[in-house]
Design a protein around this ligand. Sequence first.
Ligand code: BG6
Length: 398
Amino acid sequence: APGHAKHHLVWLDEESGGKLNRAYYLSTAPEFFPVIVKALREAELNYDEDVDVRCIIEKPFGVDLESARELQRVVEHVFREQQVYRIDHYLGKETVQNVMAFRFANFMFEPVWNRNYIDHIQITAAEDIGIGSRAGYYDASGALRDLVQNHMLQLLTLVCMEPPASFEADKVRDEKVKVLESITPPTPEEVRRDTVRAQYTSGVEGGEEVHGYLDEDGVPEDSRTETYAALRLEVHNWRWAGVPIFLRTGKRLTRKVTEIAVQLKPVPHLAFQSHGSVGVQPNQLVLTMQPNEGVSLSLGAKIPGSSMRIRPVNMEFLYGSAFMSQSPEAYERLILDAMRGEATLFTRDDEVIAQWSIIDPILKAWAADDMPLHTYPSGSAGPEAADELIAPRRWRGL
Ligand code: BG6
């Protein structure tokens, strides 16, 4: 009850001998977000002239473009944007922040970080787990809302953004929004051509037989919810025009791996072809978020011996061996940042709306059900249709 909360805050202030900043953390079922926000205003707990008042909002921020706009209208009626901290826990991960460190603290990658040298980018967020006991949430959500709209689009913006002038919240977020706004929301034909959805069937995961999605507890037997999504997007700007960016995510895949792979173009001329250098591959730079956190760069190297034969080798940096200290949990970092009033790692209003603008047409086309819902066995690398989506290129092995 708001009256009670107010009373309690006054009591806490008295106990601590001074007035404390307030941070309200909304980690409830999403239908209560607007209810709580309105109640905070009714109790006049949304602003205090002596201290900072902040509102942290968990995901999901809306379930589509319209509901996100609606929630935003409620929130902005009660709080100023500077008071609002929308959580995307991927931004709290050290390895995700390292994408910016890697790009903007090193000079050597920037000259090749564009359409002249990069062939394509693939972003993977594969999970081995199923939906566990979350059918109630997941069946209404699906992979596109659960992971692509938020976490994967965040990864995409960090790889594609221009260097910000500083790490200050709005400077970074301005650049991210520009990337999102350069992705044209797909037309229904583009959705049919550039997206794949699928659902897992039974199979073997970690040596054990596991159920298909439709046999999971709480999932309706005729559910059309996707547990896998693959997309081809393009950022229409000078840096990225013509570079396809492929995203894929799914439950019950071969293993858990979150990574961004940047594949460079092939060398323009290969001098040793006649000597049977079958192993020459374009350079690939892989930023691994989890589980083997690090960065690796594939290079062509000569196989020892009397002929000029080449094969790819890896140059690797691993967090585990380079830094002995343990990384803080994503949530530790984010909650601390919210308490300190540091908003760089939170999603701004225009950012979340831009993310939904890209996803909304896909949701609508999928809901109209005029494209196939493929299947893939649990424990596999996903549906074959996703291989066709990326062809003639290939997904990295899981
Ligand atoms: C959550 C999704 O946001 O992210 C889950 O709701 C998913 O379905 C999880 O499993 C993945 O997060 P992480 O940190 O394990 O990669």
